[in-house]
Design a binder for this molecule. Sequence first.
Ligand code: AMP
Length: 213
Amino acid sequence: MIRLRIALAKGRLYQPSVERFTRAGAAPAGDAGRRLLIPSSDPAIEFLVVKPGDVPVYVESGAADLGVTGTDVLRESGADVLEPLELGFGACRLVVASPAAAPYPELPGGITARVATKYPRLAQSHFAIAGRPVDIIQVNGSVEVAPLLNLSHWIVDLVDTGNTLRANGLVERETILCCGAVLVANRASQKLKLDAYLGLMARLALGEPWSRA
Ligand code: AMP
């Protein structure tokens, strides 16, 4: 009897998510490997492992009851889900960056800046709110190389240590959003499975190292 299906994102957030659920008494049984549905040490909980961008889709639709995703991906998706818990890992910033030697924010000749990003909605709305027209170029990876290759003038991307920006001759110009991992929940399933939902929430909070003192 599976009560809760939880979507986990592959990639950076996967290992910290596994550790957090393990402390909460729901350790995924084995590695993701090729399997997409993984049982856990709690018979009432199973995990679904998907690409980060798909977590909001699975949870909003109800295909998963809960999920772990970054607020960058969540805001970009615009998904209508509950956000009951910040998880305290995966901290990073979504920033505008441009080549260190190039003027910012004005470009020579007053031309419209081209901005390469994996986050077209967030980037578009940031510049629209600021009243600065830009042309957004959507890419799916290696964003930092775009200005070097003249694909774009600027980029909008995630920054953690800043090493990748520096290595590519870019500097941070503006912060758009501070991001981190959050637990998200399907609105209907939160009501229909309230007991299981509240029980898990309490265990996730209890699993926090600070709560054991
Ligand atoms: P860094 O060099 O530490 O600033 O990391 C920057 C690179 O890691 C960029 O390519 C980002 O897209 C990626 N990155 C940084 N933090 C995260 C995160 N929390 N989730 C996903 N990707 C990230």
